[in-house]
Design a protein around this ligand. Sequence first.
Ligand code: NI
Length: 256
Amino acid sequence: MFNNIFDSHAHYDSEAFNDDRKELVSALPERGVCGIINCASDMASALTSLEIADEFDFVYAACGVHPHEADKCKSGYLPVLKKLCMEEKCVAVGEIGLDYHYDFSPRDIQKKVFEQQIVLAKELDLPIIVHDREAHEDTMTLLKRYKPKGVVHCFSGSPEMAKEVVKLGMYIGLGGAVTFRNARKPREVAGIVPDEFLLIETDCPYMTPVPFRGQRCDSSFIPYTAEVIAEVRGTTAQSILDLTRKNANTLFGLEL
Ligand code: NI
């Protein structure tokens, strides 16, 4: 039985949890989970994330607009988002970033909305939770320009890029992807991130680790991811959980 599981990136507001959200989340501490950051993707899910955070002591929220939704942002969204980010249980601006794989929003709009939210996070002294899919170059340009606190979640870049992110003082979030059979690059990254910059996450209900790939994911699946990271780093899964718990508490200013 593992403990000290701090899931730094989850989406319990997803409709995948509509039938059993309360039972599932309230049972997670018995399964070793000590903390969860529930990440929003738009204004509606920011509100839901805050509601879930209000319901459970060990759940905190990140409020922000995901690149997929950037195009749908109303022009006056920033002051509304700012208010949500100032709520007591909001500890980060996220998830925000760039997604050039799906390109659901035009790239210039993605960049504008990402940049506006980095500026907001700096103003509020909050960390950001970054989504970067096939947009490494533009993501790094903005991170280098603003030097925000935060984490690049579900990190998919090269070990060289991971080193650059760490040099900026930002964290690397690793999830179920490291367990996938073809995950050579994420495992290489798992091997080189310094102890003090590693976070672990699910991105649930997505990214379920092997051997449960295809099932709905939740935070209790994290030990399967920790096992793979531990193997690469020559340590134990529990020590990866202990370490990532400490790091998440440091980044988000919590004591969970
Ligand atoms: Ni996510």
